[in-house]
Design a binder for this molecule. Structure first.
Ligand SMILES: Cc1cc2nc3c(=O)[nH]c(=O)nc-3n(C[C@H](O)[C@H](O)[C@H](O)COP(=O)(O)OP(=O)(O)OC[C@H]3O[C@@H](n4cnc5c(N)ncnc54)[C@H](O)[C@@H]3O)c2cc1C
Ligand SMILES: NC(=O)c1ccc[n+]([C@@H]2O[C@H](COP(=O)([O-])OP(=O)(O)OC[C@H]3O[C@@H](n4cnc5c(N)ncnc54)[C@H](O)[C@@H]3O)[C@@H](O)[C@H]2O)c1
Length: 457
């Protein structure tokens, strides 16, 4: 029996859309299957709409800083502008026709439906039947919200990021379980629009995977903006009645609020049958891949499902490798040493590579150096809203950086320089002797390098 296509791509989110488009453009016959919306989580319920919220919330915060710097400003927030922008500009009212057309114009055959992977070459699609790939099966099915097994939670009408992104009006109060990237970004943005936000996390600080200093700084800033933080305490029970949600904590206290957002991480989308169909053993989880993103013979994966960081830039990075690998083109294998992360809070928390703890646990000879932004020229000029720091994590044997954090105004942009340094293993002696423009925030890197050198002496 002849195959139905050279390549079948299951899941047309960020990674699948990029791979299917590249392969179709290169002349392969490609079938792409999507259960929901082509583009996936990022454009419709993730990165883009939440960053529109943050852009608006940051404008409110800056306007409120006028009193300290330039006179006075009366600020009135109006969420309807944000909701309308998300609906019309970001998501086209959650309609993916433009994205579908972009792919079909490249020659891809599009199928809407939830595919079931039957083997390393065969996929079943409702009302279509079984399809066979001749050359490659690409699994790009992403992740969904992980809902923890907290007693009572499954029985209450909690929100995930999807409900928050679709909100036409804001509640008076929002409880958020999870002070990670989603919880802190949405929590701060909504608080700036007047919502009384409570952030709950079992970990003792926000962004618990990042440097301890990042969490401490963010906790201080969020508290100063009126957000209640209940950190380092587990959640015993959740209940809901006409007056809203009650979250009972393990220390015996409780909090009450109108809406409850659960932002406790993501989980991979593959069940046990799919896992077996792909020839894998053990418990289903994220897909194990080699450096060309191969899961096994004729099967590739990319994006969140590979477990190398749930970021759009990871999905697109891996997509390029998958497309080249299938086309037999030369490309460097995946390298995860310098994965950049940015929490788009204010201050932005940028980070790349290893944290100090990770570097020490990996056995490197570690030395750190840091600079506080308010003590730099630009930070001092900036004044209100200048909280932040730059922290470098060095391998003193090799004299290169293993990781870095850039917290502060434009922290995610300043990160760029240090992402290059970690990725390209730029010698610290080079970072020490290059010229940094004055007075920029990134000039703080030089202060942090000098602090590192002083600690080495
Ligand atoms: C609130 C939020 C904010 C975020 N902000 C950022 C950010 O600022 N920066 C950043 O880099 N990342 C951000 N992310 C993460 C980013 O959205 C993801 O890393 C990215 O979407 C991953 O792309 P993907 O293709 O792996 O998966 P997805 O985008 O999840 O796409 C997977 C697709 O596969 C489809 N699918 C699944 N199973 C099947 C099946 N059996 N058959 C057919 N189709 C199927 C799904 O419907 C989905 O469309 C954010 C995420 C969230 C939730
Ligand atoms: N700016 C960005 O790039 C961005 C923004 C949003 C989301 N994302 C991606 O989406 C992923 C998911 O975001 P997220 O914020 O849901 O996850 P996360 O992993 O960043 O944070 C989850 C938080 O929930 C807490 N938690 C887990 N179970 C808990 C429980 N039972 N009780 C109390 N607290 C609990 C954890 O301690 C953690 O702090 C992120 O890891 C990131 O990859 C990226």
């Amino acid at each position: 029996m002849s195959p139905d296509a050279d390549v079948i791509v299951v899941g047309l989110g960020v990674a699948g859309e990029a791979i299917a488009g590249k392969l179709a453009e290169a002349g392969l016959s490609v079938i792409g299957i999507e259960a929901e919306l082509v583009g996936g989580e990022c454009p419709y319920w993730g990165c883009i709409p939440t960053k529109m919220m943050i852009r608006a919330a940051d404008a409110l915060a800056e306007a409120r800083r006028v009193g300290d710097l330039a006179g006075s400003a009366e600020v009135h927030s109006d969420w309807s502008l944000v909701a309308e922008r998300i609906r019309s500009e970001a998501t086209d009212n959650w309609n993916d026709q433009v994205a579908v057309d972009r792919l079909t114009d490249k020659g891809m055959r599009f199928l809407r439906g939830r595919a079931t992977i039957r083997s390393t070459t065969q996929v079943e699609v409702p009302s279509v039947g079984t399809l066979t790939a001749g050359q490659a099966l690409v699994v790009t099915t992403g992740t969904t919200s992980a809902i923890p097994p907290i007693p009572g939670l499954a029985d209450v009408p909690y929100w995930t990021n999807r409900d928050a992104v679709k909100a036409e009006t804001l509640p008076g109060e929002l409880l958020i379980i999870g002070a990670g990237a989603i919880g802190t970004e949405i929590g701060q943005a909504w608080a700036r629009f007047g919502v009384k936000v409570t952030l709950l996390d079992a970990a003792d600080r926000p962004l618990a995977q990042e440097e301890a200093e990042s969490g401490a700084l963010l906790a201080e800033v969020l508290a100063a903006e009126g957000i209640e933080l209940r950190l380092g305490v587990g959640i015993a029970k959740v209940s809901h009645d006409d007056s809203g949600f009650t979250v009972e904590l393990a220390d015996g206290s409780s909090v009450h609020g109108e809406k409850l957002l659960v932002a406790t991480g993501r989980k991979p989308t593959l069940d046990a049958d799919t896992w077996q169909a792909l020839g894998l053993t053990g418990k289903p989880g994220t897909l194990p891949t080699d450096e060309q993103l191969r899961v096994g013979h004729g099967v590739w994966a990319a994006g969140d499902i590979t477990g190398h960081g749930a970021f759009t830039h990871m999905a697109t990075y891996q997509a390029d490798i998958v497309a080249a690998s299938i086309l037999g083109e030369p490309i460097a294998g995946a390298d995860y040493r310098a994965v950049p992360r940015v929490a788009f809070t204010d201050p932005e928390i940028g980070a790349v590579g290893m944290t100090e703890k990770q570097a020490r646990e990996a056995g490197y000879a570690v030395q750190t150096g840091s600079a506080q932004l308010p003590s730099t020229s630009r930070g001092w000029i900036h004044k209100v809203g200048n909280a932040g720091f730059i922290k470098l994590v060095a391998d003193t044997d090799a004299d290169v950086l293993l990781g870095a954090t850039t917290a502060g105004p434009n922290g995610g942009e300043i990160l760029g320089a240090l992402a290059v340094a970690v990725h390209a293993r730029v010698p610290i002696s080079t970072l020490e002797t290059m010229i940094y423009a004055y007075p920029t925030f990134h000039r703080g890197i030089l202060d942090a390098v000098r602090d590192l050198r002083a600690a080495q002496r």
